[in-house]
Design a protein around this ligand. Structure first.
Ligand code: FAD
Ligand code: NAD
Length: 466
């Protein structure tokens, strides 16, 4: 073993959970180090997740607007539309690198020590680090595990890192596939399926359940499915994939129940993600994972092992970057100040399709199952002046409020810039607002948030424009 270094806090993983925790710990005066085995900081989210996918979603949406004639409705026409995929992919890579360099800069500014290498527990506060420069030992008073997640696999689906791959490959296909089969109609399947469909691929989405986007409000997910189908995504719901293998020129996906196999050029497997705990030495410190491989924690993010904490995708809960970051901050604040928490009722969830699907709080199905009496307001973007000016009138806002107290319980949006609109609803829920509070607040005209105000007013059947 090489030299031993010592810190007050060591964080394993530099994704949005780990790197944000490191920056907050440094602000609070801790001597903190962050270990990641990848050269680029930022984790899954920055390297092969949120940011590259959003870069491609943006580029492909611009291309689709031009190609499908949507710009023509504005009186804008041109000849010779072209697609330079190499350039589109290079722009995405450039933005990723710039943001990763930004985190490096923040680490330097806040004096966070950075180690590049694979971390493995030897003891709860003693970590073996395998790096290119050889082995080393890192000792700390406290350790936070923020090792994130990786794509789930499916028995029989033979991933080859090329024709049959995960989101990582689908962020960098070298050419537009003729026919792409997506397994799973969750956030990844719909976002990356949309990217390649807009760029010209035929996209077939195979989903085990009888609906898309499980976890999102069922009514709005059904509305979104119709819109995506009109855009050209082919959905086959209620089908069970039993295997996928490479063929001479492409791939074939096999289905259960005598359904005929589907031939295609590429397969994107997007059936969820699993926590990263392998090779971490959890056995050595007696830390047990739950039945699904997640690390159980208490409300201060303490694991069952003293001085060892965990946050982000590696613990139970929604696998979202902002959830990981909030947990990283709360964990460090609890450790240093004794205060800090995450309100899990106010975590927004956004799918960046066109239109976007966004949600915060509880769905109608969850309220019904919990026996909570609620009232519902709704407002279509068709009736929004700003949506019409934008030329994006599909979708609606739905507001759910407690029938007795009028407290906001959930807000669900399918529509233009829903991911930005949901922020207001998240703040309102965080502050315990009622639907009437939201409906009475003055909203600038003409803006998309007016649709939120109107849906809130509709809870008491007082919407003005419907
Ligand atoms: P991660 O970001 O996974 O980071 C963990 C880090 O730990 C990694 O860098 C890994 O290399 C490192 N590591 C693991 N084990 C070790 C070890 N033993 N030693 C050293 N280093 C180790 N979420 C959103 O909120 N919005 C989105 O738009 C969004 N889009 C996504 C798109 C895609 C295609 C994917 C795949 C995911 C997306 N997500 C999105 C989910 C989001 O990326 C994750 O929720 C988030 O990255 C979790 O953060 P984390 O810090 O817990 O883990
Ligand atoms: P997901 O859990 O969102 O969706 C997976 C889908 O695959 C589900 O609809 C599920 O029913 C289906 N499925 C499971 N097994 C199947 C089978 N055998 N055959 C057919 N369908 C099957 O998972 P994902 O889309 O892979 O995303 C992984 C994680 O990353 C999610 O937790 C998500 O929150 C996160 N993510 C978030 C964003 C975002 O916030 N915009 C974007 C991408 C990913």
């Amino acid at each position: 073993m090489g030299d031993t270094v010592q810190h007050e806090l060591v964080i394993i993983g530099a994704g949005p959970g780990g790197y944000v925790a490191a920056l907050r710990a440094a602000q609070l005066g801790l001597d903190v180090a962050c270990i990641d085995r990848e050269k680029l900081l930022g984790g899954t989210c920055l390297r092969v997740g949120c940011i590259p996918s959003k870069a491609l979603l943006e580029s492909s949406a611009l291309y689709a607007e031009a190609k499908t004639g949507a710009l023509g409705a504005h009186g804008i026409g041109f000849d010779g539309l072209g697609l330079d995929l190499k350039k589109m992919l290079a722009r995405k890579d450039k933005e990723v690198k710039a943001l990763a360099a930004g985190i490096n800069g923040l680490f330097r500014k806040r004096k966070v020590t950075r180690y590049e290498g694979h971390a493995r527990f030897v003891e709860p506060t003693r970590i073996a680090l395998e790096s290119r420069d050889g082995p080393r030992e890192v000792v700390a008073k406290n350790v936070i595990i923020a090792t994130g997640s990786r794509p789930a696999t499916l028995p029989g689906v033979e991933l080859d890192g090329d024709r049959i791959g995960t989101s990582t490959e689908a962020l960098a296909y070298p050419e537009v596939p003729g026919h792409l089969v997506v397994i799973g109609a969750g956030a990844i399947g719909l976002e990356l399926g949309s990217v390649w469909s807009r760029l010209g691929a035929r996209v077939t989405v195979l989903e085990y359940l009888d609906r898309i986007l499980p976890g999102m409000d069922a009514e709005l997910a059904a509305e979104a499915r119709k819109i995506f189908a009109r855009q050209g995504l082919e959905f086959r719901l209620g089908v069970r994939v039993t295997g996928a293998r490479k063929t001479k020129n492409g791939a074939v996906v096999e289905l259960a129940d005598d359904e005929p196999p589907v031939e295609c050029d590429r397969v994107l497997l997007a059936v969820g993600r699993v926590p990263n705990t392998e090779g971490l030495g959890l056995d050595a410190i007696g830390l047990e994972t739950d039945g699904r491989g997640f690390i159980p924690v208490d409300d201060a993010y303490r694991t069952g092992v003293p001085n060892v904490y965990a946050v982000g995708d590696v613990i139970p809960g929604p696998m979202l970057a902002h959830k990981a970051s909030e947990e990283g901050i709360a964990c460090v604040e609890r450790m240093v100040t004794g205060y800090g928490h995450v309100n899990y009722d106010a975590i927004p969830n956004v799918v960046y399709t066109e239109p976007e699907v966004a949600s915060v709080g509880r769905t109608e199905g969850q309220l019904q199952r919990a026996g909570i009496d609620y009232r519902k307001g709704s407002f279509p973007f068709m009736a929004s002046g700003r949506a019409r000016a934008l030329g994006h009138t599909e979708g609606r806002v739905k507001v759910l409020a407690d029938a007795e107290s009028d407290r906001l319980l959930g807000v669900h949006i399918v529509g233009p810039r829903a991911g930005d609109l949901i922020a207001e609803a998240a703040v309102a829920i965080e502050f315990g607002a009622s639907a009437e509070d939201l409906g009475r607040a003055c909203h600038a005209h003409p803006t998309l948030p007016e649709a939120l105000k109107e849906a809130a007013l509709d809870v008491a059947r007082r919407a003005i424009h419907i």
